[in-house]
Design a protein around this ligand. Sequence first.
Ligand SMILES: [Zn+2]
Length: 394
Amino acid sequence: MTAFSVGRLPRVEFGAGAIRKLPELAASYGPRVLLVTGARSFDNSSYGPALLQALHAKGCSVSIVKVQGEPSPELVDEAVRAHHPDNISVVIGLGGGSAIDAAKAIAGLLITGQSVLDHLEGVGPELPYRGPAVPFIAVPTTAGTGAEATKNAVLSRQGFDGFKKSFRDDALVAQLALVDPDLMVGCSPALIAANGMDALTQLIESYVSTKSSPFSTALARSGLEAARGGLLAWHQGGAAASAAREQMAYAALLSGICLAQTGLGSVHGLASPLGAYFPIPHGVVCGTLLAAATEVNIAAMALREPHSIGLTRYAEVGRLLTGAHGCDDAEDRAALLRLLQRWTEQLAMPSLSALGVSAADIGRIVAGSRGSSMKTNPIALGDDEIAAILSARL
Ligand SMILES: [Zn+2]
């Protein structure tokens, strides 16, 4: 069997009603809580007021940082400046991927007081991070990024010369990931679609990654089976939605655990410049590109590396997602592409041009796509192949 390593993982509490364990678990770290949450979602939620009350009842003081949109280095630095003197005992990131990533970065820097720009990959001096981090609890309220299980916080600056880069270190991994599918009840169909496609992309990219291992493959397989039953059923609503929501919360958690072990692929390579240059949510970028990127990967391997293990793995993904028991790998890969195209349409993933991207932008998006994710794509793609993924979705 191939040798492999398992990176650091959080303790996990998964299940409906798990939020009720949070006050006691948080208080076990000490009395000063910094809660990092979405701009409005927390105030309007059914659980927010009860959680604050329960934390106060445990003797905790709670300071709140609100995150609007995807987090910037400035937001992180400002929160660190404001709360550096407060002797915070635990940071809770409660919200979507943006709130969790912001909380992860803030928890990492509260003690050192340094700017996150000192450590951000590919931006600034890239000084080594030596910690220590304040204990961090991640509580996702959407089923998508899996940020509750990963060691990187993605921060972005939007615009023509924007960037979307990671602050990454083992010390940033949450002490506890508390995943309560009941917190995801209010997600809109559009949010379910985008976040679900992100989780699906992460599971598939991990499964076919050049760094996949028997350990990551087993988890990705379980996540893909959950996504197969969960994604469309939750999106459509109705009687099956509650069980489907739990399946997607599980799939998203596993997608984070998997990506932390294996890295990702071309979709996430492209998500970095696309999300930096255009105000497109991460899940939408993944959702709109997944089918086209899978097709380009399969075609490139069939052409140049016909004996690649990646082709076998894509056939396995096809069987996992379609339920087919085929004995013809090429047919199972074709079935996978048909399913991904169908889901892209059913989940109303917009075209890139509808998102403000034009053919003239393709060159600089391709140039910005060769970050860490692209390095674990199952085949090294040429610029023309990466451009073809984008062209197919214009
Ligand atoms: Zn992602």
